[in-house]
Write a protein that binds this ligand. Structure first.
Ligand code: DGL
Length: 265
């Protein structure tokens, strides 16, 4: 039995989509989460800055001697994964698991990717698809304005701005006739309903955070076999607003388990 935690990193609070997946797939495991809420967004920054921030974050997370790490942040996964040192334990990003899943579920071999500008610029998703399933055609576009929209809570299917924007972002995927769309950014699963509404029936959405967590199966030493794992959260900005929003998102009150961290020190 190894009760050391699973570390989860995101540029902000979007990585809680991966924490939710951990709760359902690994309920007994301890979790330590770092959300760089003081420096979000990463997705519109240069590769150099994204790599520096991510390396600092992992220097912080290594203090907890995790048994594995999930890079829930699509941007850090595409740009900085090879620079991450987590003390030799498995580090899973979102790219490979979600591309593998997309290649498995597509029936017409047309897959879309929506992610941040930095992730799309990296070319990492189509590059990996070419490696594992060269017959699958991938169309990649960024959804630059979707992170601020989601951060602002504009995710309702009745929100006229969200509906309009998502319709515009989904258009190239409709034109390409994709039957599978990878949501390559932590925030996008929050808008899955809006995307489905715009895409119509017959398109499978892949939640990259969930796929990353699922990829840990069989790769980590087992923790406790019963009881609920303990969860600790670190943020780099306002503690109260994170606690409030995260409690709502996770459906449980996490007050008292959130602390402020300074990974850049
Ligand atoms: N976490 C980022 C990602 O998944 C989205 C927010 C940001 O741009 O930092 O790419």
């Amino acid at each position: 039995m190894d009760t050391s935690p699973i570390a989860v990193f995101d540029s902000g609070m979007g990585g809680l989509t991966a924490v939710r997946a951990l709760f359902s797939l690994f309920p007994h495991e301890n979790v330590v989460y770092l959300g760089d809420t003081g420096r979000v967004p990463y997705g519109t920054r240069s590769d150099k800055t994204i790599t520096r921030f991510t390396s600092q974050a992992f220097r912080f997370l290594r203090r907890f001697s995790p048994k594995a790490a999930v890079v829930a942040c699509g941007t850090a996964s595409t740009v900085a994964l090879s620079h991450i040192d987590c003390g030799g334990v498995p580090v899973v990003g979102v790219v490979r698991p979600s591309v593998r899943k997309a290649a498995e579920v597509t029936l017409n071999n047309k897959v879309g990717l929506i992610a941040t500008p930095a992730s799309v610029r990296s070319g990492v998703y189509p590059g990996y698809m070419k490696e594992i399933a060269p017959h699958v055609q991938m169309t990649a576009h960024h959804g630059r304005l979707l992170v601020p929209l989601a951060e602002d809570g504009r995710i309702s299917q009745d929100d006229p701005v969200a509906v309009l924007l998502i319709r515009e972002y989904m258009q190239p995927f409709i034109e390409q006739g994709v039957d599978t769309l990878i949501l390559g950014c932590t925030h996008y699963p929050l808008m899955a309903g809006l995307m489905e509404q715009a895409l119509g029936k017959g398109v499978t959405l892949i939640n990259s955070g969930y796929e990353a967590v699922a990829a840990l199966r069989g790769r980590i030493p087992r923790g406790a076999v019963e009881g609920k794992g303990t969860h600790r959260y670190y943020v780099t900005d306002d503690l109260e607003s994170f606690t409030r929003q995260a409690s709502l998102f996770l459906g449980q009150d996490i007050s008292g388990t959130v602390e402020v961290a300074s990974p850049e020190e």
